[in-house]
Design a protein around this ligand. Structure first.
Ligand code: GTQ
Length: 337
């Protein structure tokens, strides 16, 4: 009797104590310990897919309703359903799809966030990085490293669409975001073509920022011929500098080929990932749902989420992720079923 009274008294005293702590900007760790240091990652982000036809339709509508000069960048941000309003597709990655119409330009600027562009559709656009104009064809990958000036334009006759991947959530979590407009003459007027000898900004090498699709597919075909086909991810190549450095300190990217009939085993890793289908047909299976994969579909694969890939027809997938940062921090882990 006495003991239970004491227990109840103590419980209410503790409750009162915890309420009083709040006013002093103190908090009891014993209430949040498992949230702060979970047994394993528990991401709020959920798997999601954006179907190519629907994306294209919404972008077309955006093209009619807002000009590139009004928008500055005409982009539809891909938001994870569990993170509405937060401009993130996974906990740590930003993704958007940008549309640039013939004759439009998106003015030169730079920001602390690093970016990559993977071209989904249309001919005739370019991105200028560090003073060098890089033509963009479907499947090309263009990197704009942190704090490098970049501008986009479309000299062609068709709308051009690409996937933007940025490390914005990481940079913002670190409260290290800066940006500025390019106050010098427009980059485009000075920019030379990629195949002219005009140098890039100091410390930048063309091979580090520009990955034309032809060379990517050649390398992938060679990987496939070599017979090195992983049971989880098929023939997979990570983009990187010539010396094996990662694409950017935060973001990595890869192209992978799953041969027709491939059924991958389940896999998960701590990095978040965004997939874009270059060609072919297949599907991605999560624990609760399966999405078909068709050209230009985009899928969010949150970190530490089981998934398995399979191909009906030779399936070529582009992806980007925050694996380089996690590796550098020695946090990266993977698990293979
Ligand atoms: O093209 O510079 O999707 O600054 C988001 C922020 C694209 C860009 C985005 C950007 C850009």
């Amino acid at each position: 009797m006495t003991a239970s009274c004491t227990t109840a008294d103590r419980a209410s005293a503790l409750e009162r104590f915890e309420r009083e702590l709040q006013a002093r900007h103190l908090a009891p760790l014993w209430r949040v310990l498992r949230t702060l240091t979970p047994r394993e990652p528990r991401t709020a982000a959920v798997p999601a897919r954006w179907e190519a036809a629907e994306l294209r339709e919404q972008l077309r509508a955006a093209g009619e309703l807002i000009s590139a000069s009004e928008a500055e960048r005409r982009v539809l941000v891909l938001e994870n359903p569990a993170h509405a309003g937060e401009s993130r597709i996974t906990a740590s990655l930003y993704a958007g799809v940008q549309l640039i119409l013939p004759g439009e330009t998106a003015p030169s600027h730079r920001h602390a966030a690093a970016a990559l562009r993977f071209v989904l559709e249309g001919e005739g656009a370019y991105t200028t990085v560090g003073g060098r104009r890089l033509p963009m064809h479907r499947g090309d990958l263009v990197i704009t490293p942190s704090w490098s000036y970049h501008e986009h334009g479309n000299d062609g006759h068709e709308p051009v669409m690409w996937l933007d991947g940025l490390d914005v959530p990481i940079v913002n979590a670190l409260n290290a975001a800066f940006s500025e407009e390019d106050t010098r003459a427009a980059e485009a007027s000075r920019a030379a073509c990629a195949d002219s000898p005009s140098p890039l900004s100091e410390g930048m090498d063309l091979a580090d920022v520009y990955f034309p699709i032809g060379q990517t597919l050649e390398a992938l075909a060679a990987r496939r011929r070599s017979g090195r086909c992983d049971v989880h991810c098929g023939a997979r190549l990570e983009f990187g500098g010539p010396t094996g450095t990662s694409l950017t300190p935060t973001l990595g990217a890869a192209m992978q080929l799953l041969p027709a009939g491939f059924t991958g085993r389940r896999y998960r890793s701590t990095d978040g990932m965004v997939l874009a289908v270059l060609s072919g047909r297949g599907r991605i299976e999560f624990s609760d749902q399966t999405y078909p994969l068709e050209p230009n579909d985009i899928v969010a694969v949150p970190g530490w989420t089981w998934h398995a890939l399979s191909a009906e027809r030779d399936l070529t997938l582009f992806s980007f992720c925050d694996r380089p940062l996690q590796r550098h921090l020695r946090l990266w882990r993977e698990q293979r079923a």
